[in-house]
Design a protein around this ligand. Structure first.
Ligand code: GLC
Length: 637
């Protein structure tokens, strides 16, 4: 059952598609208080209880023992000391002595203290008093998730080719660079469906422009790539460059479509192109206008986009940088002692994403000015909705690939997400794994991390192990940052190992795609914690390095360097399958702990008893996959 409790005058976040009769918040069944304009509720946790949820967030599948914040944040250091990443996914669920889920339909900051201050107590604080709270009761975690997912509506399904392997880098600067990536993959005979265009395809980082120097005949170029079965996916940033004569800026300015400051002037801040204005995505007419801008690229044959910097990321505000420069000028020529040096350093280091800058932004909602901090978590979702609504109206359903960096629940109906600027760290393989079931619970099915890691230099073995997990993630994209070591598959020695891994993905696409479609249609999870399937198994309940996938499989990637395998826990007898290129090796293993050997070119998979899954032959593009020609692996085959 789902129960709704309303306080004040909530802003419509668009998260829910089902309507519920509301009761006043006083009837909310968990202990709660309102103090200093903040609403706070709490619940106690028994030692064995598990708290799930929060979607894209730091730390484990079980969220206990830390404090999290729902506040979409542009932060490229995803360490375990962080409290938020790019998303605000306000759903949690207690499983154990009691069983319930809570969804806080509230677009401002929320603090989730899940046993951080007091080990056995969760304290959730909403930074305001206008909200809807939903209490979801059920018999099992899956039952609660299904009801919640039904209430928030069906998850976005991308085109089939978006399940192919995708290669990205900041940046393939021009047509020659893109061609050499495609050649690299073709020569190594490694499958590939998409190549990404990061910010340098634009003319000086201006949205909805193409650099003539980099791509002299973009339309023909895009179409030529499409004939080769390659989709080019350009990035779109939230900030619109402030520049006289730049059509998008001029139009937005003239129509009054940009976010404002208290004095009614446009809010301006620096991002990639320098000073930008920020479309007020909370206004329907602005969304309509911004969405229609994508047509420029659709007309060129583009059929996929990634929306970025939409927390929104602010490198500096005009006011902030001026103050910092004044401070630096005043200190010029002085002997800087400890206090003054670090104060100056902190001033510059603290310029980006400043709370006071966010607090100076105003949106228009139903004709009223609303401070950004009250609706912060809706901004990125608004940008995604702008694009998604336009595509829904003007392109066929499921024709356009779209995913975003910032997100909130509701945006899962329009787009996927990627987990932002991770690192080429071994620990980030596990972080990627742990976010998958949590993101699924919140409706985000099409998701994945930058495989190989975005920041810092990747090693060959890290990329291979990351890819072996990525074989199962709906978005399978290798992406890396400017200035880091090249990490396309063909850059490393013995490309056959990479081919062996990526081919497994293509062999599994019929299975993965149908599992995905079913999960969207039936409000199901693609990835589940083991505890969902084996609630009475104490080892399974604690497992955070393996996941259930679909109804048939369990996955357990290798996540450490210099190892030839890993320890895996089987909650029941299973078939251990090693997939590598065209090779399939199977072995029946009994319930319990096993050390299994997994070579760098192998993808491990565990099949439940009595289950089987289809494999097709690999192909260089998804369009060339032969869906009629499948063999099955698993029991009774
Ligand atoms: C942001 C994105 C990253 C992209 C970069 C340049 O950091 O998260 O994926 O490569 O901007 O556009």
């Amino acid at each position: 059952m789902i129960y709704k409790y309303t306080s004040g005058q909530p802003i419509d976040t668009g998260a829910m598609v089902m309507e519920f009769e509301a009761e006043p918040v006083a009837a909310f069944p968990l202990p709660h208080t309102t103090e200093d304009g903040r609403f706070c509720f709490r619940f106690t946790m028994e030692p064995d209880d598990i708290v799930y949820g929060l979607g894209e967030a730091p730390r484990g599948i079980n969220k206990r023992g830390w404090v999290y914040e729902s506040y979409c944040s542009d932060d490229p250091f995803h360490t375990e000391t962080k409290q938020s990443l790019y998303a605000a996914h306000n759903f949690i669920m207690l499983s154990g002595s009691k069983m319930f889920g809570v969804f806080a339909d509230f677009p401002a900051r929320i603090r989730w203290d899940i046993g951080y201050t007091k080990t056995d107590e969760a304290v959730v604080t909403l930074d305001g008093t206008d909200f809807d709270l939903y209490m979801i009761t059920g018999d099992t975690p899956m039952d609660i998730v299904r009801q919640f997912r039904e209430a928030i509506g069906k998850s976005y399904v991308p085109p089939l080719w978006a399940f192919g392997y995708q290669q990205s880098r900041w940046s393939y600067h021009n047509a020659e660079a893109v061609d050499s990536v495609i050649d690299g993959y073709n020569n190594a005979q490694i499958p590939l469906d998409c190549v990404y265009l990061d910010i340098d395809y634009m003319e000086r980082y201006k949205d909805f422009t193409i650099s003539e120097a980099a791509f002299p005949d973009f339309k023909n170029y895009v179409q030529d790539k499409r004939r080769q079965g390659i989709h080019l996916i350009p990035i779109i940033d939230a900030g619109v460059k402030k520049e006289d004569g730049y059509r998008v800026y001029e139009e937005g300015k003239q129509k009054g479509y940009f976010c404002k400051t208290a004095d009614g002037s446009d809010f301006e801040a620096g991002v990639w192109p320098g000073i930008c204005s920020f479309p007020d995505f909370l206004r329907p007419e602005v969304r309509q206008w911004f969405g229609s801008q994508y047509q420029y690229l659709l007309d060129m044959g583009i059929d996929g986009f990634w929306n970025d910097m939409n927390e929104p990321a602010l490198f500096y505000s005009v006011k902030g940088i001026e103050e910092a420069l004044d401070k630096a000028a005043a200190l010029k020529g002085q002997n800087l002692d400890l206090g003054r040096f670090f104060n100056l350093k902190d001033t510059f280091m603290g310029l980006s994403n400043r709370q006071e800058d966010y607090a100076s932004i105003y949106h228009q909602i139903d004709g009223k000015l609303v401070n950004h901090q009250k609706v912060h978590n809706l901004y990125g979702a608004g940008m995604t909705k702008a694009a998604g609504d336009y595509f829904a109206e003007h392109c066929g359903e499921g024709e356009i690939l779209m995913f975003s960096r910032a997100s909130t629940i509701g945006a899962h109906r329009t787009a996927g997400i990627w987990f932002g600027d991770n690192h080429s760290w071994w620990s980030h393989i596990l972080l990627n794994l742990k976010m998958l079931p949590s993101a699924n619970m919140c409706g985000f099915l099409y998701c994945g991390a930058d495989l190989g890691g975005f920041n810092e230099n990747a090693t060959r073995d890290l990329v291979l192990r990351f890819l072996a997990l990525g074989v199962f993630t709906p978005l399978m994209r290798n992406h890396s940052a400017l200035g880091t070591r090249d990490q396309e598959c063909y850059r490393f020695e013995n490309t056959q190992d990479f081919k062996d891994i990526v081919e497994v993905r293509y062999r599994l696409i019929p299975y993965l795609y149908s599992t995905f479609k079913r999960a969207s249609e039936q409000n199901d999870l693609i990835f589940r914690p083991l505890s969902f399937d084996y609630p009475d198994d104490s080892v399974a309940r604690e497992c955070e390095t393996q996941l259930m996938l679909g109804d048939e499989c369990m996955i357990a990637p290798v996540y450490e360097q210099n190892v030839q395998g890993r320890t895996v826990y089987l909650p029941e007898d299973m078939t251990f399958v090693k997939l590598s290129g065209t090779r399939v090796q199977t072995q029946t293993l009994e319930k319990g702990v096993h050390y299994v050997k997994i070579a760098l070119n192998e993808v491990p998979l565990f099949l439940k008893k009595g289950k089987k899954i289809p494999l097709t032959n690999s192909a260089l593009r998804t369009r060339d996959l032969d869906w009629d020609n499948v063999t099955f692996i698993g029991d009774d085959v």
